[in-house]
Design a binder for this molecule. Structure first.
Ligand code: SF4
Ligand code: SF4
Length: 384
């Protein structure tokens, strides 16, 4: 069976193994089949040697967090993220890898009103004590305050789950951008979901449809700012995903919100948090966008920053990964918790909602940098 991958990209791996220490699933298991090199070897067996698309192959692919740490350190520039998405796309097309209920879940992310209503119903169920703690959900909001546009300088991508569960982060971001002199436009309803989770699941058609809708909802030339590292990485890749000049032009407008603010730090007011902050680098900000230093540039104006000593290892959140592989996600997170404990910091900044929720579920006070900056500015101005 030919996988939906490029032959040249698949043979680019020279099996050097330099990526292995950076792979979170290999670090937990010590198994070659849970390493980037082992996964590539399994893909080659299917693609070139007719090995079956069986449960074993599916399990090897599905256990990957898609953190892309392997890609960042690979001397042969193997585009592992593309290979994994291609392998999963073939699995989704040819096997029961993505059953109807998972496909439905991904489709629902594109129906924002339904997502908000479902999320509110879940929040009520939480209050009634009928949602088991092992579901690992944060305390969800029953209601959300509407966001308001404040100008026309930049777009703010609001997204799906982040808007449903963490809208206060968007509100804080709009205030911080406003304090830097930028008026913010909000996308129309079509931009409910950027399609990142669908792409990771191998559901390429859904991912492309959502990408089209996201682009249409934020027209013009203004920068498109994103506060979720996973969404930002996906939106910067729309050009490749859709293969059009329009998509390439759109992707060129996308910036992580810290990336955009880093060049305008002097425009921000002053303010200071009373506690040191440890910075957790979301994988798709560090390994894919390579925009993680911008978080430090912006946040350092408002807090004493503490570095973790784990060289940016994944925290195990991986988009929806923690829901489907809670044991592995927890084992990967344990290493991160150790690094946080050694840092001595009691507050952790994470520029990705999935990482922040995953860490918070383990009792960490994890907050988005925009919330921390908003708080610092509010304190100084007497508003917080
Ligand atoms: S670092 Fe790159 S070339 Fe080396 S084993 Fe890993 S994927 Fe293959
Ligand atoms: S993407 Fe992450 S989890 Fe997957 S093989 Fe690469 S390093 Fe390992």
């Amino acid at each position: 069976m030919r996988l939906s991958v490029d032959d040249d990209e698949l043979v680019a791996c020279v099996s050097c193994g330099l990526c292995l220490p950076h792979c979170p699933t290999y670090r937990v298991t010590g198994e070659e089949t849970a390493s980037p090199r082992g996964r590539i070897s399994a893909m080659r067996a299917v693609h070139f040697d007719d090995a079956p698309l069986d449960d074993e192959f599916t399990a090897y692919m599905d256990l990957c967090v898609q953190c892309r740490a392997c890609e960042a350190v690979c001397p042969s520039s193997v585009p592992f993220g593309r290979l994994m998405e291609g392998a999963r796309h073939t699995l989704a097309e040819q096997t029961r890898y993505q059953p109807w209920w998972r496909r439905l879940g991904h489709r629902l992310l594109g129906h924002h009103r339904t997502l908000l209503a479902g999320s509110s119903a879940l929040a009520v169920a939480q209050r009634m004590g009928v949602v088991p703690a092992r579901a690992g959900l944060p305390r969800l909001p029953v209601r959300r305050r509407p966001l308001r546009s404040t100008g026309t300088d930049v777009w703010l991508h609001t997204g799906c789950v982040m808007d449903a569960w963490q809208r206060p982060v968007h509100a804080a971001t709009i205030r911080v951008l406003g304090s830097a002199g930028a008026g913010v436009m909000l996308p129309g309803r079509g931009a409910a979901c950027c399609g990142a989770l669908a792409a990771h699941a191998g559901l390429a058609r859904t991912a492309r449809e959502f990408a089209d809708r996201t682009m249409a909802a934020m027209p013009g030339n203004a920068p498109v700012l994103v506060g979720s590292a996973g969404c930002g990485a996906a939106m910067k890749d729309f050009g490749r995903l859709l293969g059009t000049r329009e998509a390439e032009a759109f992707s060129a407008r996308v910036q992580d919100v810290h990336e955009w603010l880093a060049g305008r730090v002097d425009h921000l007011p002053t303010g200071r948090l009373g506690t040191p902050v440890a910075v957790q680098d979301p994988c798709h900000l560090r390994h894919v966008q390579q925009a993680h230093q911008h978080v430090r540039t912006v946040l350092a104006r408002f807090a004493d920053l503490v570095e973790l000593d784990d060289e940016g290892l994944c925290c195990g959140a991986g988009g929806a990964y923690a829901s489907f592989h809670p044991d592995m996600a927890g084992a990967i997170r344990d290493r991160k918790l150790g690094a946080i404990a050694r840092s001595g910091a009691t507050v952790v900044a994470s520029a990705n909602p999935g990482c922040a929720l995953h860490l918070a579920a383990a009792g960490i006070d994890a907050r988005h940098p925009m919330e921390l900056i908003d708080e610092a500015i509010g304190r100084t101005s007497g508003g917080g």
